[in-house]
Write a protein that binds this ligand. Structure first.
Ligand SMILES: Cc1cc2nc3c(=O)[nH]c(=O)nc-3n(C[C@H](O)[C@H](O)[C@H](O)COP(=O)(O)OP(=O)(O)OC[C@H]3O[C@@H](n4cnc5c(N)ncnc54)[C@H](O)[C@@H]3O)c2cc1C
Length: 480
């Protein structure tokens, strides 16, 4: 149930709060506040004559390239890239928050390179076009009895896009999804097609799984999969200090454990998935959007008075959350439970923190966001297991990913100014696809194989065909 201002205030009253103690003038000023950031523009950019228009999911990054090329097959793409004298950036579904894709030259949209190409049930492997969306991949794989070992929070990203930024779900015994890559085909800057596996090109294989589209354009992947499976899902509301105290044990006790700390409320929503082989009851419609709208109502109405917002949330929780069990329970195929649709747009930073620092980091970040009268977005906390890709944030052990969001139409300055320094102090590595301000020097210090990656990139693309300003900053290159 969403709350409007009147209902929220009634709840404040219900909680025994003396609303009359709020000075009327302050109340009027706060409730009339416009949170929209200067320059917010959700529409596609206007493209000059003869140019195309592109923007990412949140609308933060825009481009008007000479061309958005949508190849029908790998051969057409190889020919185009070989003949193109300008720069090239591949795009998946445009769900990254960092400007990895924008280019004023050519953007290559791989959406037609999609679908199941072949599979081997005995070996539990399957080959998909690199532009296949995660949901489509999961559905096609399920039809032949196969499955991803894990999935992220949404399922609309492409395989190439999600692997290339180290996209992950949650589960300390489960690696990020690029770890399933067994081999791939990559078109290089000259238009050559490479067939890459651990045996054929060991270095390019280790570098290419998470490569930010900086080495070449990948056209298909062969993935190691698992037998199709089902899960149970429970969502409960719990006190944030209890959850933080127990988060390491909970991450060990469950297949997929995550929580969303709700700033300014003392509470967290805890989401747990475990293996299941009983009758499937399905998943009730998600209440996430309603819940988010309620948190926004509370911010818009009571954000200036943290003690009152806390009370009103407590009243809301006791009215709508059962105290003797979960808020939601479901049993279904894994891909229907692990992912959720996110219609409300936001911007986001996420850092992957060494496990030893995870509790200190989330405690500090929750306290910072809870002290801000304008913050209301839940703070997400997840775990991911180790893999061995050169630029995988998880290549040195289990890490805890902490994500802070701001609404797409509001200021995101807090992410860089306040949150990033805390994440960095706790040894965090940034998600490649989520907002961060790091450049070559910091990345060199964070990744033992960063210099090797840089050298390989330079060897494969000496003229920087696959660079744009963001990548040039990451790799310390000059864009002539
Ligand atoms: C609502 C939302 C929820 C999200 N949830 C999660 C989550 O739960 N976990 C998580 O880890 N991340 C999450 N993300 C981040 C997202 O998964 C990553 O940013 C991912 O990279 C997006 O995939 P995409 O297909 O949109 O790729 P894009 O953003 O289009 O591209 C990402 C990168 O892949 C490269 N690329 C694309 N195609 C190719 C190709 N064929 N060959 C080589 N390189 C290529 C691009 O050049 C770029 O560098 C979320 C993002 C949003 C907007």
């Amino acid at each position: 149930m969403t709350l409007n201002r009147r209902k929220v205030l009634k709840m404040g009253l219900g909680a025994g709060v003396a609303l009359t103690s709020i000075p009327v003038a302050q109340s009027v000023i706060w409730s009339g506040k416009d949170f929209t950031r200067p320059g917010y523009e959700p529409a596609l950019p206007e493209a000059p004559e003869g140019r195309a228009a592109w923007q990412n999911w949140s609308g933060l990054h825009k481009a008007t390239p000479k061309e958005i090329f949508v190849p029908a097959d790998a051969a057409a793409l190889a020919e185009k890239i070989g003949a193109w004298s300008g720069r090239v950036r591949p795009v998946g579904s445009g769900h990254s928050f960092t400007p990895l894709v924008p280019s004023q030259d050519m953007i290559v949209d791989i959406s037609r390179l999609s679908g199941l190409i072949s599979y081997d049930s005995a070996a539990k492997t399957a080959t998909f076009g690199a532009g296949t969306r995660l949901r489509q991949t999961a559905q096609l794989a399920a039809k032949v009895g196969l499955a991803f070992p894990n999935m992220p929070d949404i399922d609309v990203q492409t395989l190439a896009g999600s692997f290339s930024t180290g996209t992950h779900g949650t589960g300390r015994r489960l690696a990020a999804i690029h770890d399933g890559v067994q081999s791939f085909h990559m078109i290089t800057a000259t238009g050559a097609m490479l067939d890459v596996s651990r045996d054929s090109h060991p270095e390019l294989f280790a570098a290419g799984k998470v490569s930010l589209g900086s080495l070449g354009v990948i056209t298909d992947y062969t993935l190691r999969m698992v037998d199709n499976y089902a899960l149970t899902r429970t969502i409960t509301l719990a006190r944030t200090d209890d959850i933080i105290a127990n988060m390491l044990d909970l991450s060990k006790a469950h297949r997929n454990f995550e929580f969303y700390a709700l700033p300014g409320s003392d509470y967290s929503a805890v989401i747990i998935h475990d293996s299941y082989d009983g009758k499937l009851e399905g998943r009730p419609p998600s209440k996430d959007e309603d819940f988010l709208a309620t948190l926004k109502d509370l911010r818009d109405t009571l954000g200036w008075w943290p003690w009152l917002r806390r009370k009103a949330f407590g009243a809301y929780a006791s009215a709508f959350v059962p105290d003797d069990g979960p808020m939601e329970e479901a049993t279904d195929e894994y891909w229907k439970l692990l992912t959720t649709s996110r219609p409300t747009k936001f911007n986001e930073t996420e850092y992957h923190i060494p496990e030893a620092n995870a509790q200190a980091a989330i405690t500090e970040i929750n306290a910072i966001m809870s002290s801000r009268s304008d913050a209301y977005y839940p703070i997400e906390c997840r775990f991911t297991g180790q893999d061995d890709a050169w630029l995988s944030p998880f290549n040195d052990g289990v890490r805890c990913s902490i994500a802070v969001h701001t609404p797409a139409d509001e200021s995101y300055r807090v992410l860089a100014d306040v949150i990033e320094p805390v994440m960095q102090r706790h040894g965090g590595r940034p998600h490649w696809g989520k907002m961060h301000s790091l450049g070559e020097d910091e990345l060199m210090a964070l990744y033992p194989a960063f210099a090797d990656f840089k050298a390989l990139r330079k060897e494969m693309d000496p003229d920087g065909k696959f660079l744009n300003p963001h990548l040039a900053k990451l790799f310390g290159e000059d864009l002539a």
